[in-house]
Design a protein around this ligand. Structure first.
Ligand code: ADP
Length: 160
């Protein structure tokens, strides 16, 4: 079975992430969305909340699994027998960091390939951080995140 892993913080999931999920799910028999548990990163949502929002958002796909992981991504990928790590690329600014990560991961395990998927132009400006920032000031994020995320953001920031 051909397995791919799409790792990220997904704090919270956006339509930019979902676009990459939809497109990469066609390339693999199984796609694992891997939610990074990083105690050093200040997250708005807990890992369980993030997983719940992803689960609701991908419920129409039949080849997607959602898991959390910590530690080295290549170790997790090897454990899951994944052949490839999927990354989304938005702008040149993503490139330098992603190249460094991809080279390091291939040094750690050269059996696992990193595959980059270009963002769709309509999501090229979209990130979880900008969604959180706009929402925290009461801005509307409809059309940028799934309805469940909109609702959870409203609850977090105590808005109607
Ligand atoms: P971010 O806070 O930047 O959205 P994540 O860690 O949740 O960060 O991102 C996980 C992966 O999804 C990364 O490979 C990132 O480049 C990709 N990604 C995030 N937003 C988009 C988008 N709008 N279009 C394409 N890829 C994206």
């Amino acid at each position: 079975m051909n397995i791919g892993i799409y790792p990220g913080s997904f704090d919270p999931i956006t339509y930019g992430h979902l676009d990459i999920i939809a497109r990469s799910s066609k390339l693999f028999d199984k796609l694992i969305v891997a939610v990074l548990t990083n105690p050093r990163k200040n997250a708005l949502f807990t890992v369980d909340e993030r997983i719940e929002m992803i689960r609701e958002s991908v419920k129409d796909f039949d080849n997607i699994e959602i898991e959390s992981f910590s530690g080295l991504l290549v170790d997790f990928a090897r454990m899951k027998k994944a052949k490839a790590i999927i990354k989304g690329l938005r702008a040149v600014s993503d490139f330098e960091y992603e190249l460094q990560m991809a080279l390091m991961n291939s040094k750690l395990d050269n059996e696992i390939e990193t595959i980059f998927i270009m963002t769709s132009s309509k999501y090229s400006f979209l990130s979880s951080s900008i969604v959180k920032e706009v929402s925290s000031f009461g801005g509307c994020v409809a059309g940028l995140v799934p309805p469940i995320v909109e609702e959870r953001l409203r609850q977090k920031f105590n808005m109607k």
